[in-house]
Design a protein around this ligand. Sequence first.
Ligand code: CAA
Length: 283
Amino acid sequence: MAIQKVMVVGAGQMGSGIAQVCAQAGFDVKLNDMKQEFFDRGLGVITKNLARDVEKGRKTEEEKEAILGRITMSLSLEDAQDADLVIEAATENMEIKQSIFRDLDGIAPKHAILATNTSSLPITEIAAVTKRPEHVIGMHFMNPVPVMKLVEIIRGLATADEVYHAVEEMTRKLSKTPVEVNDFPGFISNRILLPMINEAIYALYEGVASKDAIDDVMKLGMNHPMGPLTLADFIGLDTCLSIMEILHEGLGDSKYRPCPLLRKYVAAGWLGKKSGRGFYVYE
Ligand code: CAA
């Protein structure tokens, strides 16, 4: 199962990061989105990241140009016709993902692996809309993708061993560490991370401490690079809420109930860094 041609669906924060690390590792990458402006924005972020690497002496100008040269624009899923691996990083919505996978299944070559970067939606349910569920797998990258070492690899119920091993090998080629996980709500990363963030929000809601105090305790006391409320803003409060809802519904335990304060912030449109305001205000 040789992988050389990769298509990344979705040129947002995660998709552009995934395209960058694939191109850095020598893969040919088609970066797909619905409009050219989305692609341009994604490529702009990649270009900025690579320019910083050149500035810091980690890459040469030639290497930067070669990496950018391996990324081409795609505005149609039809471009998956010669892909060996498609990594979907579109909106976290089951209907949207299923529709993309249904289309990709009809377009991508028979041998192609269809991976999703979903952070918590069931791989098995996404795979079920294709005629190749054994070739469907979860490849969950962490944000910011160029920096974070982990890729959580999630086996759906039908994922074939050879597909798992091909994706594991591919992940190592990206200089990332693969960790194998089975298909349960939130997998491992968000099963553990999100309840911690939700608990931090409860602590704020109940007046146990101020937001700065909560973040300082976890940063200075536990050596976390960011406090949980800052991290929630960084992930997006709507994303945090959606993952908590998936955990709550999927695991059926009240310990996963989303904090009312989180619901209130999302209802107010305070979605964190991306909207300019979450637990903190961003200029
Ligand atoms: N893209 C590329 N590089 C980035 C970056 C980005 N978005 N953000 C930071 N970096 C790089 C910087 O360029 C910098 O490198 P150099 O200075 O060597 O050039 C390096 O990372 C460190 O950045 P900073 O000095 O600005 O800040 P920092 O030391 O606080 O690090 C951080 C930033 C890596 C984001 C760090 O704060 C961190 O690790 N935070 C926690 C991140 C985390 O938990 N991610 C998981 C989120 S959950 C998730 O992704 C899964 C999900 O499903 C919700």
